[in-house]
Design a protein around this ligand. Sequence first.
Ligand SMILES: NC(=O)c1ccc[n+]([C@@H]2O[C@H](COP(=O)([O-])OP(=O)(O)OC[C@H]3O[C@@H](n4cnc5c(N)ncnc54)[C@H](OP(=O)(O)O)[C@@H]3O)[C@@H](O)[C@H]2O)c1
Length: 291
Amino acid sequence: MKKILITGASGFLGWNLSQQARTEWQVYGTYFTNAIEIPGAVLTKIDLRDSSALQELFREIQPAAVIHTAAASKPNYCQLHPEESYSINVTASLNIAHLCSQYAIPCVFTSTDLVFDGQNPPYRENDPVSPICYYGEQKVEAEQKMLQVYPRTAICRMPLMFGMTPPTATTFIQPFIQSLRAGKELNLFSDEFRTPVSGTTAAKGLLLAVEKVEGLLHLGGRERISRYDFGCLLAEVWQFPSQLLKPCHQEDVPMAAPRSPDTSLDSSKAFALGYQPLSLKEELSAIAKYL
Ligand SMILES: NC(=O)c1ccc[n+]([C@@H]2O[C@H](COP(=O)([O-])OP(=O)(O)OC[C@H]3O[C@@H](n4cnc5c(N)ncnc54)[C@H](OP(=O)(O)O)[C@@H]3O)[C@@H](O)[C@H]2O)c1
């Protein structure tokens, strides 16, 4: 089997991707602070900001493709730590594109729907970017610079994601479930809309991008939904009392990073390529057996 390098395998998406990729690829994953084992995958500890360690990793593995999911992935952290987050989100990503160009191999980058301000949804690939937080700005800079150094890069803009995780990572639904199980009320935005998908679906989209995509690709789900309505759906699937869910507004909860109201993605390009997100109810029902 050909070798694929997956950065950030200890993270939520990299871990899901490593499981999915195993059937077609010999998986080489990386972690940094959270050591992890994934059956059938070879894991390496690396700080991806160290460019000579990164070069050495490519020399040792000789990958046939790379999917780069490692990142400072939390917008509030990036807003408060702009320099630390820049070095992994922009500089390391650019170094990876350089190396993929040298090795002439497919390079897939995980960007975000937060490259948009959320005023003109749904967003297609060629809509102008308009980030309103540092995290979004960093991803835009990485997208543009990676495409400059290696135009074959697939820039996959990921939506809000949820799903199964390794012990080293989490998604927004795990704390929801914990609170609802404890009988605690949950306040959720009724004025923030996204097109979410599960980690499994997102991973399938990224593997499709390795084979078929150069340039921009949106990997959103088929349903536009508010955080509050998503919570209601989750409560229905897990059979939690719906009275525990309370709608609130973005302005009620001040956070370090400004929040886009509606970054719903139009992912018809990916759908035409064979990307097939399930309905959110189906996605959640599949996960409910395990969480
Ligand atoms: N989750 C979402 O809803 C969402 C939405 C849109 C886009 N995205 C994008 O999708 C990608 C994956 O997100 P995620 O939620 O899976 O992130 P995550 O769970 O926070 O995982 C981040 C990963 O990056 C690694 N990492 C961070 N700094 C590193 C460094 N200096 N050197 C090496 N590895 C480093 C972490 O390793 P350790 O933990 O071992 O330190 C971890 O494996 C990111 O590019 C993110 O921006 C995510």
